[in-house]
Design a protein around this ligand. Structure first.
Ligand SMILES: [Fe+2]
Ligand SMILES: [Fe+2]
Length: 181
């Protein structure tokens, strides 16, 4: 990231990173590091992809940072589950921050990569319903959050690298075909 981009990024994330409720995510483990670190990595990736795809950089960065803003593990509460936590994160984001409908939607659809994976391998998390219609991102920024979460997860979860890599390739190709002008 260039110095100017870093300054712009830091300014975009500052308020959220310093918020007492968001700081609670430092206590939660996620893919081997804290949820706070994971969200920050996704925000950085979203910022970069938003610049590349000429998307709304502010919204993509904010939605990237808030995409997993729920407390506790996915197994602790039903609302934190594999496919329900995006709704919880969106509701928390709205509760504590000034979140636009575009950002809210992008947070809600960030697990689309896992919905695709579940369609390919239905035995994954059988008990949860994965609806393409519900989870398919509805904006360029939504696709960016989804791709960023997946890219960061590949780096964080070495054991799933192959399936994740195939998935991210599909999503990025879709992004390029649909939105690059
Ligand atoms: Fe998530
Ligand atoms: Fe995530």
């Amino acid at each position: 990231m260039t110095k100017n981009n870093k300054q712009e990024f830091d300014l975009l994330v500052k308020d959220i990173l310093e918020n007492e409720h968001f700081l609670e995510t430092k206590k939660d483990l996620h893919h081997g590091s804290s949820k706070y670190e994971h969200c920050l990595r996704v925000a950085r990736m979203s910022y970069r992809l938003a610049k590349f795809f000429k998307a709304d950089v502010k919204s993509a960065t904010k939605a990237g940072l808030l995409h997993d803003f729920f407390l506790g593990t996915r197994k602790e509460k039903p609302e934190n589950s594999y496919l329900r936590h995006p709704l919880t994160a969106a509701s928390n984001a709205k509760k504590y921050f000034d979140v636009t409908p575009l950002e809210e939607e992008a947070i809600k659809t960030h697990m689309f990569h896992q919905v695709l994976l579940k369609k390919l391998f239905p035995f994954i998390n059988r008990e949860e319903k994965a609806s393409i219609k519900e989870f398919k991102p509805k904006s360029k920024e939504g696709w960016i959050i989804c791709a960023s979460d997946l890219l960061v997860s590949i780096i964080e979860c070495e054991r799933f690298q192959f399936t994740y890599a195939a998935n991210v390739a599909l999503i990025l190709i879709f992004n390029i075909i649909m939105f690059k002008n």
